[in-house]
Each structure stands twice: as structure tokens, then as C-alpha cells.
Write a protein that binds this ligand. Structure first.
Ligand code: UN1
Length: 484
């Protein structure tokens, strides 16, 4: 019998009101139930927001170094169970064990980083126009916040929201994706065991369509940080604006790699494959377009197609797997539909383009690494986020046209250029409309200590991680202090 897990509300682990549950399935073998989770609804969300509000005054009074110590302890506990959490991640999300281990290690680093942030200055002192006034501006918490996180980085993204939210004195309701609750459960469990007081972090696993809106509508919730689709994000933004609360959205991407005429083509292929195919292309930072200067297009497309078709696809738990399954039946349908769209639009399929067949694949959502060639900027596969192992090769005459094509999208999360020419690399850095720019490395990746986020339709203009997290998770109180 698979284990039944519980939600954490007000320091107590318990089932959903009404007792509904939902199975957490393995996308590599759909009959395998990894765990059973509560299927919470509105009532649970409201209770969690109330618990976070009740816990707020105590947590805000807890000295910052003490908050940091709890995060450090949680980091140690997460590190101790790294292998188990990584395996849970692979079993519920599908990415390879190597990627899962990397992600849990990233979670550990994030907890440590924000433990350190809890010891950093919390404001600034100014010279006042009045000789007797002590004038300062202090960063204070927002109060209870709702964190709504996706299934594709179910350790890293919850951690990079929860850790700063807590370090800066907010209390939290975390609503992780329904597809990947087990990893979020581990995060809540290590924080609970590390000594967070009751109600400071509440975990509500349940139906997104009910829990999300109930949290955003709760008068206790003073800010929302969301990572996910543009469709959900823009609705959330409207609701938050209506309530006048702070919000932060990290959404889609259509990230380009630009391969210039002088590029090392092996490097260009390596960068493109890693960006497009790791995590089965299911990253908002994944590479989905590769814009290649005409002079090297023939050589590049041949090598790219050969490499893509040689990738080992399979169960992420197997040591030789490079690419696992898509996360769900819906995700698989979306990707296969986009492949049909690409074919109808007249793009040329170089490799892949279908579900994989054979006993290893029958039970899971396995789609072959897919490369389209001859993609024009007006095609849907050049404009819409596919979120799968599909990359579109586009031709550019020269540097200027390559950058124009790269910028011809409503998104602007990350971008990469492959070149040996430092002058062109610098021009690319200046001219590309993207929040994250890589030179000679893949479009994905996010180190904890630097800001993360996109331009244009990829984000709400806010940034996560690094010092930027403080901007979002605090508000400023300016104080004029005069002697009595
Ligand atoms: C990464 O590229 O390692 O949802 C992180 C996403 C992004 C995180 C990407 N918010 O894919």
C-alpha cells in the first residue's frame, strides 16, 4: 500500500476537510502510485491562511538570526535525505535521477543562502534635514504570503520562495503543484522538524482551481508569489491588483540559442541539446529556438539532429537515461499537438516527432527528442511555449537578423549566444531582450545568489532569488525618530 501523506496547517498534520485524497502517479509508469495526498479545497486554504495570520506576530518577533538557524538546520536535514527526496522527485515528476539530485542539492544551497541573508542589514540610515532626527528606513515583513509553485522544479522553486519569505519574517501558505506534492512535503517536513513554530509554514496540497483562488481572496494573505503558466498568472495578477496586494509572477519562455558563424559547432550542439532536452524540455528557461547564421547552418543542423536522435530516453531512475518522460497525459497531448501544428505549418521534421514505442515506453509519457528545421518567425512553433523536448531551427543571414529573430517573441526570460567573438558577445548582451543572458552556455540554470526573472511577458517585472528576493518579500517602513 502506498503511503498516505497529510497537509500541514497550524502546526498539525491532517487530511483535507471532507477527507478527499488524490494519487500521486509516476509519469514513466502511469499505474504506479508513488503516494496518496490530500485533495484540499477552499475550506483548507482558508484555514491555512488563518493559521498563517495567527502565527505572524510571533514569527515577526523571532530574531532574524534565530530564523536563519532554523533554515540552516532544515538545510542539514534536507541534505541528509537528499537521495530519498531525489528519488521521490524522479518518481513523481520524471526527470532523471542525476537532475533530481542536482535539484535537491540546489534546495540545500538555497536554504543556506537565505540563512545567511537573515544576518544581512535590514535597512538604511539617512542624514536628516533636522539635526535632532534619527532617520532610517527599515525592511519589514509583508505578513502572511501565499506561494503557488509548479511541478517542474518541485524542490528548487518552493525553496527559493519559502526560504526568503521566512527569513524576512513572513508566514507562509505553500500550495505546491498537484502533480508533485511529495517533494514539497519533504520541504515542509524538514522545516517543521528544524523547529518552525506552528502556523509559520502551512502546506496545502489540493486542487489548484480551488486552493489558489481561495488563498488569493483571503483577506489574511498580503502577497502572492507564483511560478507557472501565463494563463493562470495573468488571472492571478488581476485578482491581486483588485485586492491591492503585492504579486510576483514568473511565467513562460521561448528562449533562443543564437549560433554565430564563428561558433564551435560541437559546443553549439552541446548547449542546444542540454537547454532543449534536459528535464524533457519542461523548464521555463528551456531552449526552444535555435537561430543559426546561414554560413554554418548545414553543418549545425546535421550534428544537432544526429545528437538528438542518439539521446537515451527512458525511466529517469535508470543510470543511462538522458531524458525522462513528460510529466502527464495532458503535457504529452500538448506536445504532440504542437508537433502536428509544426508539420502543418510547413516546418521540416529532422528527427523525432512522435511518441516512443516499445515495452519500456508503453506505460509512460515518452516523446522522442524532436528537431524542426526551416522554422519561420510567423509559425506558432516559433512563438508559443511548447514545454517539451521540441526545438525549432531558424536561419539568420547575419548577427543583426539573428538578434532581431531572437527578440521577436512576447517572452524574454533567457537567451544564449555561441561565439568566439568577444565583440559580438558584448553586442548580444546589450541588444537581447532577456532577463538572463548566457554566453557559450545553455539557456537554463539559476544560481541562488543572483536575481532570476524575465523581461516582457515572462514575468511581472519582479525578480526572485539573491538580494532581489528581499525586495519582494519585504516592505519599507521609513522612520523619523525624534527625542521626546
Ligand atoms: C533553471 O533553469 O534551472 O519554472 C530554473 C522554471 C523556472 C526555473 C528554471 N522558473 O522552469
Amino acid at each position: 500500500m502506498e503511503r498516505q501523506y497529510l497537509n500541514l496547517i497550524g502546526g498539525k498534520w491532517g487530511p483535507a476537510a471532507g477527507g478527499a485524497t488524490s494519487p500521486d502517479r509516476n509519469p514513466a509508469r502511469r499505474d504506479e502510485v508513488v503516494a496518496v495526498f490530500p485533495s484540499a479545497g477552499k475550506e483548507d486554504a482558508i484555514r491555512a491562511a488563518e493559521a498563517a495570520a495567527e502565527a505572524f506576530p510571533g514569527w515577526a518577533r523571532t530574531p532574524m538570526p534565530k530564523r536563519g538557524e532554523i533554515l540552516l538546520k532544515a538545510a542539514a536535514l534536507l541534505e541528509q535525505r537528499l537521495d530519498a527526496v531525489a528519488e521521490a522527485l524522479t518518481c513523481e515528476e520524471g526527470k532523471t535521477l542525476a537532475e533530481s539530485k542536482g535539484e535537491v542539492a540546489r534546495g540545500v544551497s538555497l536554504l543556506r543562502y537565505y540563512a545567511g541573508e537573515a544576518l544581512q542589514p535590514t535597512g538604511e540610515v539617512y542624514g536628516s534635514a533636522s539635526p535632532s532626527t534619527f532617520l532610517f528606513a527599515e525592511r519589514v515583513p509583508l505578513r502572511p504570503v501565499a506561494l503557488i509553485t509548479p511541478w517542474n522544479f518541485p524542490v528548487a522553486i518552493p525553496t527559493w520562495k519559502v526560504a526568503p519569505a521566512l527569513a524576512f519574517g513572513n508566514t507562509v501558505v505553500l500550495k505546491p503543484a498537484e502533480l508533485t506534492p511529495l517533494t514539497a512535503w519533504h520541504l515542509a517536513d524538514v522545516l517543521d522538524k528544524a523547529g518552525l513554530p506552528p502556523g509559520v509554514l502551512n502546506l496545502v496540497v489540493g486542487r489548484g482551481s480551488q486552493v489558489g483562488p481561495a488563498l488569493v481572496e483571503s483577506s489574511h494573505i498580503k502577497a502572492v508569489s507564483f511560478t507557472g503558466s501565463n494563463t493562470v498568472g495573468s488571472k492571478l495578477a488581476a485578482q491581486c491588483a483588485e485586492r491591492g496586494i503585492k504579486f510576483q509572477l514568473e511565467m513562460g519562455g521561448k528562449n533562443p540559442v543564437v549560433v554565430l558563424g564563428d561558433a564551435d559547432l560541437d559546443k553549439a550542439v552541446e548547449v542546444t541539446i542540454a537547454g532543449a532536452m534536459l528535464s524533457t524540455g519542461q523548464k521555463c528557461t528551456a531552449t526552444s529556438r535555435v537561430i543559426v547564421q546561414r554560413d554554418v547552418l548545414d553543418g549545425f543542423r546535421q550534428r544537432l539532429a544526429a545528437k538528438a536522435s542518439s539521446l537515451k530516453v527512458g525511466d529517469g531512475l535508470k543510470a543511462d537515461t538522458y531524458m525522462g518522460p513528460l510529466v502527464s497525459a495532458d503535457a504529452e497531448k500538448t506536445v504532440l499537438d504542437y508537433i502536428e501544428v509544426g508539420k502543418h505549418e510547413g516546418a521540416r521534421l529532422l528527427t523525432g516527432g512522435s511518441k516512443l514505442q516499445g515495452s519500456e515506453y508503453d506505460q509512460g509519457y515518452f516523446v522522442a527528442p524532436t528537431v524542426f528545421d526551416g522554422v519561420r518567425p510567423d509559425m506558432r512553433i516559433a512563438q508559443e511555449e511548447i514545454f517539451g523536448p521540441v526545438v525549432a531551427v531558424m536561419e539568420a543571414r547575419d548577427f543583426d537578423q539573428a538578434v532581431a529573430l531572437a527578440n521577436d517573441t512576447r517572452f524574454g526570460l533567457s537567451a544564449s549566444v555561441v561565439t568566439r567573438d568577444l565583440g559580438l558577445a558584448l553586442r548580444f548582451i546589450r541588444e537581447i531582450d532577456a532577463g538572463i543572458v548566457h554566453v557559450n552556455s545553455q539557456t537554463a540554470g539559476a544560481e541562488p545568489q543572483v536575481p532570476f526573472g524575465g523581461f516582457k511577458g515572462s514575468s511581472s517585472g519582479t525578480r526572485e532569488q539573491g538580494k532581489a528576493a528581499r525586495e519582494f518579500f519585504t516592505q519599507i517602513k521609513t522612520v523619523y525618530l525624534d527625542p521626546p
